[in-house]
Write a protein that binds this ligand. Structure first.
Ligand code: UD1
Ligand code: CA
Length: 462
């Protein structure tokens, strides 16, 4: 195919994202609403980039500054290598007007693929097939369509007696007969620039909001002798646009299902896909088993042979091989090989646990290291601490890291033993092999191998 394969320089991709998204009832621009842990716009940009076009244009308008900033941020983090041009649509006068405003950008190219920023379920495969169809049939415009059981809300594809595409009619101006058509416009198209420019000159404001419909350009192109073709995808689910939060939740479910399928095919066991949520960027190694009620978010990486859940939330964390996390919350932390967390633990950012560490029952760890084989098994708070290897921390131990103004560090040497219910008033150092008696409040450093007892002596009175 000339446009997508060889002639990358001659293809531009234009993403329409200037709409306010009124139906979202939100102060956040629609395309920045999240799905699978990423702004909606991400999914279209990823496809746009994979097509290897000469350039990518994004039409912004409503809240253009934040959409621009997030787009650039996204582009960087997912390695969008193609240049991104922003086109600012001054007024929300419709998708046709958005493309008119983009013509100075598009004019440098021969062919343009146009997609909507609110259709994140589209697949690369279908867009590629759309380009391929456009190229093979050599028409002036080609649309991606699908047949929906419930076509409500979409532009309908009007075909002639021979099945040829004649025009697209928007629901707001469709006759009852047209509204009964089940084939809909996905909002993704490929145009020959020359025909698009000529066609756009012919379209006027329509519908209740007096908008310029991009879809009206089809009829205009045909009137000038051009041909319109369609590539109809059999996968109807992917053309779903997101105009409100109900559709957002449907799309979230579809994306999640796709992600889980991919993981299961690659060797991850998911005991209950219905109650498991995994964001788009999460990576999971082979033979890891995920139990029900588990949510894996953000930039999380999970190793091989782990056991996660039930009821566990892991976010932006790095979990090594053969780790276990049950009924727990782990955010921004690292677990090294064979470490076990939970049930009921909260591991907070900048914590490194393991290898072979155990942090359990009702324990919170923040900005701390728990070294090789060390155990913090019950009811503890470990904050700003460095715990070396083979340390045992007794139940109810608290690192008192905050004096009301600043945070202070607790350092615990290898093989130290901290008895139950100990308060370590930081800054403080417990030496290697040292022991701290249960119930102690430690305010001074404890030398290596020493036994610290810092509690009132028991008196029995009768
Ligand atoms: C649009 C199509 C419809 C199609 C559906 C698929 C038109 C007229 N209709 O309808 O045929 O079935 O998508 O989901 O295009 N936008 C701008 N500037 C504007 C208005 C819209 O950039 O002034 C952008 C929006 O951000 C959005 C896209 O264009 O990404 C489509 O606009 P939207 O209002 O969502 O159109 P739909 O009613 O969904
Ligand atoms: Ca839409």
């Amino acid at each position: 195919m000339s446009s997508a394969k060889k002639g990358q320089g001659s293809l531009a991709v234009l993403v329409l994202a200037a709409g306010q998204g009124t139906r979202m009832e939100s102060t956040i621009p629609k395309v920045l609403h999240h799905l699978g842990g990423r702004p909606m716009l991400f999914y279209i940009l990823r496809i746009a980039n994979a097509l290897k076009p000469g350039a990518i244009g994004v039409v912004v308008g409503h809240e253009s500054a934040s959409v621009k900033a997030e787009t650039l941020e996204m582009a960087k983090s997912v390695g969008i290598t193609r240049p991104i041009h922003f086109i600012v649509q001054k007024k929300p006068l419709g998708s046709g007007n958005a493309v008119v405003e983009s013509l100075p950008f598009l004019k440098k190219f021969k062919t343009a693929a146009v997609m909507c920023g609110d259709t994140p379920l589209l697949t690369y495969e279908s867009i590629y097939n759309l380009l391929l169809t456009h190229d093979q049939l050599k028409g002036q415009a080609t649309l991606l369509t699908a047949r929906l059981q419930n076509p409500k809300g979409y532009g309908r594809i009007v075909r002639g007696a021979l099945g040829e595409v004649q025009r697209v009619v928007e629901e707001s101006v469709a006759s009852p007969k047209e509204a009964a058509i089940s084939e809909v416009n996905s909002g993704a198209y490929v145009f020959e620039l020359e025909a698009l420019i000529a066609g756009l000159k012919e379209i006027g404001a329509k519908g209740p909001k007096k908008e310029h419909f991009l879809t009206d350009v089809m009829e205009a192109i045909r009137a000038k002798g051009g041909r319109i073709h369609a590539y109809a995808t059999a996968n109807a689910e992917e053309v779903q646009g997101i105009n409100n939060r109900s559709q957002l939740s449907v799309a979230e479910r579809v994306l999640n299902k796709r992600m889980l399928e991919r993981l299961m095919i690659s060797g991850v066991t998911i005991r209950d896909p219905q109650t498991t949520q995994v964001d788009a960027d999460v990576e999971i190694g082979q033979d890891t088993v995920i139990y029900p009620g588990t949510i894996l978010r953000g930039r999380t990486k999970i190793g091989r042979l782990c056991r996660l859940g039930p009821f566990t939330h892991i976010e932006d964390a790095n979990i090594g091989n053969e780790c276990e996390v049950r009924h727990s919350y782990v955010v921004g932390a690292r677990l090294l090989e064979k470490t076990s967390v939970g049930p009921f633990a909260h591991i907070r950012p900048d914590s490194i646990l393991g290898p072979r560490a155990r942090v359990g029952n009702f324990t919170e760890v923040k900005n701390s290291r728990v070294g090789f084989g060390s155990k913090v098994n019950h009811l503890s708070y470990i904050g700003d601490a460095d715990i070396a290897e083979d340390v045992n921390i007794g139940a109810g131990t608290i690192t008192c890291n905050y004096d009301g103004k600043a945070k202070h560090k607790t350092t615990i040497g290898a093989k130290a033993f901290i008895g139950s219910n100990v308060s370590l008033i930081a800054p403080v150092k417990i030496g290697k092999g040292a022991k701290v008696a249960a119930g102690s409040t430690v305010t001074e450093d404890v030398p290596d191998e020493a036994l610290a007892i810092a509690r009132a002596r028991q008196v029995n009175k009768t």
